[in-house]
Design a protein around this ligand. Structure first.
Ligand SMILES: C[S@@+](CC[C@H](N)C(=O)[O-])C[C@H]1O[C@@H](n2cnc3c(N)ncnc32)[C@H](O)[C@@H]1O
Length: 331
């Protein structure tokens, strides 16, 4: 089978996929190691026996609904290549706005905390709650290093938290892969000091997290229960735990249908674990962002606002814990 024949076969087999051309192209790149241009130029080139077997197997798996990212083990997010398995949610473009917001706010944090000699008074403490692949916290660290010129010594201390041991393993693997590379980190000393600043904690929300943070960044499960089950029917194999927002602290279905059961526990816990003046940025569904914003206000957060994503959908809710929590009392 040559590349042209493989393309034709793949597209026919995947005609029910929403993106057969793209799927076949990515799977062929995966099995051959060619890029998109090489695939066009070498279309008469025969696949080796091993490549053909791997391609037919990949097509068979994709036909079951398994996402291309789980077949190749890779997903690009915020320009970085994340390793993914069905233990973690595949990073979504909707989440990139959370990184932009965090970086904008961190730029202010750094400028407020800069001494006259350029040194930094306070290193930000950040928690990536519900970390999954680690795409949120790792992208923030990488962008600070590579785009904003923050030195390894001044990088935030990042704490990744996930309830799933398997997901946390993937967070770790991505941190080691992505923070071990890069111009600024290519010597082992720097790698060690960057990774030493990272904590990985397996925990049900903040149960095992005895720290306070300047920032909590989180993309928690927020999809209503019945919609989560419906989504999984297409064979995508993403973990229900990563999607379903209607589970209780025991992991059992709570009986609610607004996707907010976990968020209702999470928001007050975030308030407790933020320093005064600290910021919470939380991804939500376009259908429950406004209710989440009300919950932020009810909990005591100030400057609460909702940010839209690139598709103009309500996406991230942000709030600040006030500097003074004291109420004036009349004697
Ligand atoms: C929507 S995924 C987000 C993953 C990743 N941060 C992203 O943006 O792609 C939610 C993650 O929350 C984790 N999770 C679910 N319930 C949790 C809980 N009670 N405490 C901590 N993590 C939880 C899941 O294991 C999953 O990895």
């Amino acid at each position: 089978m040559n590349i042209l024949e493989a393309k034709k076969y793949g597209k026919e087999q995947l005609k029910n996929s929403p993106s057969p051309d793209l799927d076949v192209s990515v799977l062929l790149q995966f099995v051959t190691g060619f890029d998109r241009t090489q695939l066009l130029l070498k279309r008469d080139c025969n696949l080796s026996k091993e490549q053909e077997t791997n391609f037919l197997d990949a097509i068979k798996r994709r036909k079951t609904g398994l996402p291309v990212a789980y077949i190749t083990g890779h997903k690009e997010f915020y320009g970085y290549d994340f390793y993914v398995t069905p233990a973690v949610l595949i990073p979504k473009p909707d989440t990139e706005i959370l990184i932009d917001q965090a970086l904008n706010s961190l730029a202010l944090f750094y400028s407020k905390n800069e001494n006259k000699d350029g040194s930094i008074k306070k290193i930000p403490e950040i928690c990536d709650m519900c970390s999954g692949s680690g795409c949120v916290g790792i992208s923030v660290l990488k962008a600070l290093l590579e785009n904003d010129g923050i030195s390894v010594n001044c990088l935030p201390r990042m704490t990744f938290v996930d309830i799933s041991a398997d997901a946390l393993e993937i967070t770790k693997k991505n941190a080691e892969r992505l923070l071990g590379k890069g111009e600024k980190l290519n010597n082992p000393e720097n790698l060690t000091s960057a990774l030493l600043k990272i904590r990985f904690i397996q925990s049900n929300l903040f149960e095992n997290v005895p720290f306070s943070f300047d920032y909590i960044l989180t993309n928690p499960p927020y999809v209503p229960h019945s919609e989560s089950l419906e989504l999984l029917k297409d064979g995508r194999s993403e973990p229900l735990l990563a999607l379903d927002g209607d589970v209780g602290s025991d992991g059992e279905y709570s009986g609610t249908e607004d996707g907010l059961f976990l968020i209702k526990r999470l928001v007050p816990k975030c308030f407790e674990h933020l320093v005064c003046g600290g910021t919470l940025i939380m991804e939500t569904g376009e259908y429950n962002a406004e209710q989440t914003a009300k919950l932020f206000e009810k909990t005591g957060f100030k400057n609460v606002h909702i940010e839209k994503d690139l598709n103009d959908m309500l996406r991230d809710v942000t709030g600040t814990k006030p500097h003074s929590l004291a109420f004036s009392s009349i004697a």
